[in-house]
Design a protein around this ligand. Sequence first.
Ligand code: HEC
Ligand code: HEC
Length: 284
Amino acid sequence: MSDKSNPYKVPTTGHVWDDNLAELLNDPPKWWMIGFWASIAMVVIYFLVYPSIPLVHTHFKGLMGWTAIKELKQDVSAIEKVRAKYENRLPGMSAAAILADDELTQYVTRSAKVLFGDNCAACHGTGGAGNPNFPVLVDDDWLWGGKIENIVQTITNGRRGNMPAHAGKLSQQEIADLAKHVKALSEGGEYAPGKEIFMGKGACFACHGQDAKGMTALGSANLTDGIWRFSGTEEGIIYTIAHGVNDPKDPQTRNAVMPKFGGKMSKTEINKLAVYVYKLGGGQ
Ligand code: HEC
Ligand code: HEC
C-alpha cells in the first residue's frame, strides 16, 4: 500500500483498489447517527402506542387504545355539536323565516348541498346547472315562479306542465309559421303570419299570455327571453308545437314532470332545499 492511497491518515479496511483507492473507516457524522437512533426509537414508540403487532386471534391494541373508528366518531360528534345549534331551530320554521335569518340561511345553503346532490342533481345537474330537457335552477327564469313559497310548492307537490299536441289541429304550414314567430319573439321581434295564429286559431296566448311571457300558474314557458326549456332551433320549436308537452295522447310528446317530494322527505328537508334553490341565484 502506498502512502498516496491514504493521504488522510484514517484507519482503513485494508482494501485498496487500483493501487491508490483505499476504503476508509470514517465514522458517519454525529447528526446522522442521532437521526438514525432517533428513527429506531420512533419505531419502537409507535409500535407500543398504536395497534401494531398481529397476534394469532387478535392484535396488539396499543397503549392508547386508538382506533380509526373512534377518531371518526369523535370528529362526527364534534361536527354534530356545531350543527345542533342550527338544526334544533329548523323544524317548525317556514322557508321564508329561514331566509329572513342570515346565519341560518348560510348554514342551510351549505348543508343542503348534499341533499340536493342525492335527490335532485340527477335531473337538474350538479349545483342545479341543468341537464338537457331539465330546467336550469341557477338562473332567474322560472316556469312555476321563483318566490320562496312557489319553490316550496314545486318541491312538495311536484309539477306537471301541460301543452297539447297541435299536429292534428294545425297544418304543417301553420306550425312552421308559429315556430318562426316564436323564434322571432325570443330575439325581440315577431313574424306577422305566425302571430296571427298565435293570437287566433292556435290560441297559444291562452296559456303563454298575450305578451307570450308565460304564466307561472300554468308553468307555461316564457317564449320571449331566449331561454329554452327544450329547444330553440326552428326544428325543435316545430317539434314542441306539433307534439306538445306531457300530452298523454301523443307518444312522441315532450316529457316534463317534476316529481313530488312531499311524503318522501321531511318538511324541514324540503324547506332546506327550497332555500338552497332560492339562493342558487334566481330567487325572487
Ligand atoms: C326525475 C327528474 C327530477 C328530479 C329528481 C327533480 N326534478 Fe325538479 N324538475 C324536473 C322537471 C322535468 C321540471 C320541470 C317541470 C316542467 O317543465 O314543468 C322540474 C322543475 C323544478 C323546479 C321549478 C323550476 C321552475 O322554473 O319553476 C324546481 C324549483 C325544482 N324542479 C327543484 C327540484 C328539487 C329541489 C329537486 C330535489 C328534491 C328536484 N327538483 C328533483 C325534474 C326533476
Ligand atoms: C294548455 C296550455 C298551453 C297551450 C294552449 C300552449 N302551450 Fe306551449 N307550453 C305550455 C306549457 C305548460 C309549456 C312548458 C312546458 C314545460 O316546460 O314544462 C309550454 C312550452 C312551450 C314551448 C317550449 C319553450 C321552450 O322553452 O322550449 C313552446 C315553443 C311553446 N310552448 C309554444 C306554444 C305555441 C306556439 C302554442 C300555440 C300553438 C302553445 N305553445 C300552446 C302550455 C301551453
